[in-house]
Design a protein around this ligand. Sequence first.
Ligand code: ADP
Ligand code: MG
Length: 229
Amino acid sequence: AEAYALEIERLRTTSNIAAVVAHEIRNPMTAITGFVQMMNNDSANPYSPFTQIMESEITNINQIVTDFLVLSKPTLHQSSSFSVIETIQEVIDEFCGKFNKREITCHLHRINQNPVLLGNKASLKQVFFNILTNSCEAIDHNGQIDITFSLTDETLCIFIQDDGNGMDEPTLAAIYQPFFSTKEHGTGLGMLISKKIIVDHKGTLEVESLQGAWTKVIIHLPLSNDSLH
Ligand code: ADP
Ligand code: MG
């Protein structure tokens, strides 16, 4: 429990720094992005190979800044009541093309109840987007992702399991570290952001994995009393 409190405290510090950095970088980046795009739209641009690389690198920077802004924003300032299972279904539908391209099947195992959460729907979608992205990236050719639920009195448990490459112990221990990534083009912010959003909802996020076999993400979300429909 003490280690968990430390982790949360580290998250808060990271978020504060993130807020400052993201705001300072965002405005100048908007100007640079605009000018580089203008150069690339000019067919007479003599620096074309270089400015095209600039545009793609700028896209990477903008992605990191966007991730940092998510980290720095209070999650619950825009709360509403929504169905968690339907929200996950929406993310899966948006993912459909990515699944098909890689021969990945994703099964959402519905339950009889339709638990409703009071929280930030866009943020929750971001969490499932991040987790499904990681699962897809962990699957080499074809594979399967299973999403299952268990509902106790006031808590919804969500299990997202893939049969991808899994992680060894040191990797598993490092997944919430800012910028930790084992991927060539990874930002290493996806799991940190997901953890932050779930903690903001007073929930917990845990990951279990067996290298070469599977990874399982376990999310506990507290629901309000009148959440069963
Ligand atoms: P990124 O995806 O940009 O690398 P993340 O924060 O999303 O950053 O993930 C951090 C690291 O955790 C990944 O680089 C990967 O090594 C590991 N990881 C996360 N999810 C999975 C998964 N489902 N299967 C295997 N490894 C994973
Ligand atoms: Mg990721």
